[in-house]
Ligand binder design. Sequence first.
Ligand code: ATP
Ligand code: ATP
Ligand code: MG
Ligand code: MG
Lengths: 256, 256
Amino acid sequence: VPDIIAIANQKGGVGKTTTAINLAAALAQRGRRVVLIDADPQGNASTGLGIGHAARKNGTYSLLTAEAAPASLLRDTEIETLKVIGADNDLAGAEIELVGEDRREYRLAERMQNGSFPADLVLIDCPPSLGLLTLNALVAASIVLVPLQCEFFALEGVSQLTRTIDSVKRSLNPRLTLGGLVLTMYDRRNNLSELVADDARAFFGTAVFDTLIPRNIRISEAQSHGRPVGLYDPRSSGALAYDTLATELLSRRGYP
Amino acid sequence: VPDIIAIANQKGGVGKTTTAINLAAALAQRGRRVVLIDADPQGNASTGLGIGHAARKNGTYSLLTAEAAPASLLRDTEIETLKVIGADNDLAGAEIELVGEDRREYRLAERMQNGSFPADLVLIDCPPSLGLLTLNALVAASIVLVPLQCEFFALEGVSQLTRTIDSVKRSLNPRLTLGGLVLTMYDRRNNLSELVADDARAFFGTAVFDTLIPRNIRISEAQSHGRPVGLYDPRSSGALAYDTLATELLSRRGYP
Ligand SMILES: Nc1ncnc2c1ncn2[C@@H]1O[C@H](COP(=O)(O)OP(=O)(O)OP(=O)(O)O)[C@@H](O)[C@H]1O
Ligand SMILES: Nc1ncnc2c1ncn2[C@@H]1O[C@H](COP(=O)(O)OP(=O)(O)OP(=O)(O)O)[C@@H](O)[C@H]1O
Ligand SMILES: [Mg+2]
Ligand SMILES: [Mg+2]
């Protein structure tokens, strides 16, 4: 059974997609078989990995609403062991279609059972809300990674997210735990970054990953080329940070 | 009847709240009577204007679900002519409670009729989604302002937003129009900013405001002090830009 990691935070623009793309790529470059599921109708993770619009037609929307074999929805990327299930705006329809369904929060979890696709790790990029798409990811996941932007509003919403994680754990998915908080867009020149990082560590302790992701323009440039930063500019501070994050995640999860 | 302006974009972290707070403050500092409605359960606009948690208890949630007189929900700010209707996490409940109701998209528009509060301009800060809270804002509004971050993913979702605006105009609110796109977090040192700005102008023409909002650390510092940047550091590039934006908005709307 793959290790399923939801990447979630209802605060917008905190680096969920950037973390999903670059962490998935860094894990795959070590030979792990990784699947990235784009669960955001904006489809930014699909764009950031160069998945064309036609290739998204059978993607996360079909995974949630149709009966197609999940393995048939996997799209190739530049990295042999990294596959993507893409998203487009149709996925916004799934959220409305599922509302009246029985066991609507379990749809993704059920579709991913019985070894539906060969993977060691599955990462799920969530939209900036705590609606049905994010709930499906939380019910399917074993852990949640929470990107936390080192900016002022970032800490505001985290207690709402941890309350949601606790209530999903209690009533829908008992194995779900908080995998940790990842500090993103850290800018040494800006003392707010330091304040937010200190606050986060004071509040969440060792749940905050040691790896700090710096603000690095090569990260957004890579996205405009549809490539992970590790391939676009392997020696950039962004690429090195996501590689370190991959090491830390594997060691926290007890991988050899 | 006040001029009602929704500030919306389902892409997260693009500067919706920052624009709502600082544009509202700049308009109020010219003596216009302004009300800012925080329609995001994260309550970042409430925090950014120093509204305490107790003062949010009777806020946008009550405006949408209860019968309290709207004028009784107005909270004072440091600026005499700027009032706020605050938000807290209860507002996330309104979205669920309204789903089954008749005319659920018109709730805000109906509550703001008949001169419910003395204002020249009402700004509504929307959450990063196109759900029921944003729909209520679009139905109540005369125009939509769309903050567009000068970063790669920013242009991805805009066509989905303009489609939503068109469909709201066709079926729910015939007077709604696109008020314009405001380019935010523009960074002269980063050529992606220039690319996004050029793309936006090529695509939307004069609908893109001339005023560029620069990335300016004083803007986020001001938020951590619960004050608009125009009060926190009036000579900062951020404060000057939002003041220029207020001038441009008033002239585009035909104010003397
Ligand atoms: N470390 C970084 N350095 C520089 N830019 C970054 C970094 N991380 C993210 N960005 C940029 O910040 C913006 C927001 O990041 P991203 O889209 O990953 O956030 P998100 O949380 O997925 O947003 P949403 O809430 O809309 O899903 C993007 O334009 C991205 O390119
Ligand atoms: N011009 C600017 N210069 C520097 N920082 C900025 C600027 N505009 C916004 N920010 C910072 O960027 C972050 C995102 O901005 P903001 O919260 O206003 O976006 P939003 O679109 O309202 O986000 P959400 O989608 O979560 O509602 C905040 O931490 C804010 O302080
Ligand atoms: Mg994203
Ligand atoms: Mg906001």
